[in-house]
Design a protein around this ligand. Structure first.
Ligand SMILES: [Mn+2]
Length: 447
């Protein structure tokens, strides 16, 4: 399954030119704020393992990827000078141990002055002469990669770029729709594998085969959890054990297209049981929250609204007893739902800028008691966020309530019933519109 099976590049021929223009104007303002004449963006250097000659999988600097769909190319430099065609210093090492990067090709090449270099030393003569007029954006672990540029990642510039990155261009939205379609192909294969009684490991392989990506390209490690493992929020194993009784399945898995991520979670029951009804109930609650998404909505307030809805659901299901207010104030809803409602999504699965009040770098604090919320901004058109309410049996968190009024509000008998199923999370990727939302994930499942 190649990228081209999920996206038609001619769509990008139409949207990419405007994307480059948007980036140019963002970088113009970043330069104006930071003071300087050139932005130099370093794609990065592979990280070696300690005492070893192997490297961790390389992922390019997201600032570099925002310009170019070159997600795995180290030692490249992009030089942006206002008013000029951006210069791409394209590193094509003469290397007989690895397959060198292919020559530049694709919808993006016409927008750059591309110079191919075969060694890092050759970069020096292509960079702007006056290093005092440059700012460099990237991770510098070896001074030689900065080529004498001293201003590295100045906050004034980076804040503007991070703040603006929350709003996606039409090009980015096309990539993200395709990333949702790609992940949905995997989710379908994974569900089928679960229903056939496979192990987590085999479900994981079925997912990777269907999306055509492995850990090197996936936006994050797949969460493939059977039964009780569904209660582990970031369950990190893919156990080869085949369960006699595969009751429930939670999958949180995404895919990437040209460096842009999807991040999708679904929960399944092996039979149509009371547990399936609970999944259906969580699914409709999630869709109610999605229906409240629109420009101008305070995301932190939406997170708090989710706690209200969840409190009502806990009472309806007899998992807890008390008023909505009491269940929230005493921390009962937080014990069942201990993470945030969601986050910005883009090049990074938890995209940057979730707490920025504006491009100056001022921060919007999380509501007290909600320390895992990753997004506190007011929603704006063309932001892409996740909406991912959850409900789990995490005994550690219930134990923490012992000796508080909350403990008496828990219905242990019903919690005992739910425990073997682990937990439920339903997560969609949502583009904010002026008067509503586009659900990239449900659209992909419907197609
Ligand atoms: Mn997520």
């Amino acid at each position: 399954m190649s990228t081209q099976q999920f996206i038609d590049d001619t769509v990008l021929d139409r949207s990419y030119p405007a994307h480059v223009n948007t980036l140019k104007s963002r970088h113009d303002r970043a330069l104006e704020k930071a003071g300087g004449s050139h932005v130099v963006i370093f794609s990065g250097a592979p990280k070696p393992k300690f005492l070893d000659d192997c490297f961790y999988p390389f992922q390019a600097n997201p600032h570099f990827v925002s310009w170019l769909p070159l997600t795995t190319m180290p030692y490249c430099y992009l030089v942006y000078t206002p008013g000029e065609k951006p210069l791409l210093i394209y590193y094509q090492e003469k290397d007989y141990w690895h397959t060198p990067p292919a020559s530049p090709a694709g919808f993006w090449t016409a927008f750059y002055d591309i110079r191919i270099v075969n060694s890092v030393e050759d970069v020096a003569e292509l960079l702007p002469r006056n290093k005092d007029k440059c700012i460099l954006i990237g991770e510098i672990t070896d001074d030689s990669h900065a080529f004498g540029i001293e201003r590295i990642n100045p906050n004034t510039a980076v804040n503007i770029l991070h703040y603006e990155r929350a709003r996606k261009t039409p090009y980015e939205l096309e990539c993200m729709r395709a990333a949702s379609r790609r992940a949905v192909a995997g989710h379908r294969a994974a569900e089928e594998s679960f229903r056939a009684g496979s192990s987590e490991f085999d479900i994981h392989l079925a997912y990777c085969r269907a999306v055509g990506q492995t850990e090197r390209d996936l936006p994050y490690g797949n969460i493939i959890a059977l039964n009780e493992n569904g209660a582990v929020l970031h369950y990190q194993h893919q156990s080869p054990v085949v369960h006699e009784d595969s009751r429930s399945f939670l999958i949180d898995a995404g895919a990437t297209v040209y460096g842009y991520a999807s991040d999708i979670t679904r929960a399944y029951s092996s039979e149509s049981s009371e547990y399936q009804q609970l999944i259906d109930r969580m699914d409709s609650m999630q869709q109610e929250i999605v229906s409240e998404v629109r420009a101008g909505v305070d995301y932190a307030a939406l997170h708090l609204r989710t706690h209200e809805k969840l409190a009502a659901l806990l009472v309806e299901l007899d998992l807890a007893r008390g008023s909505v207010d009491a269940l929230i104030v005493n921390g009962v809803t937080s014990a069942f739902f201990p993470h945030g409602l969601g986050h910005l999504l883009g090049i990074q699965v938890h995209d940057v800028g979730g707490f920025m009040a504006d491009e100056s770098g001022a921060v919007i604090d999380r509501p007290p008691g909600h320390s895992f919320l990753r997004l506190t901004r007011t929603l704006e058109e063309d932001q892409v966020v996740t909406i991912e309410p959850g409900l789990y049996v995490i005994d550690m968190l219930f134990d923490n309530l012992r000796g508080t009024p909350a403990y008496a509000m828990l219905n242990q008998e019903r919690i005992d019933w739910l425990r073997p199923y682990g937990g439920i999370r339903i997560e969609d990727n949502i583009r904010v519109l002026d008067d509503g939302a586009e659900n990239l994930t449900r659209d992909a499942f419907a197609s």
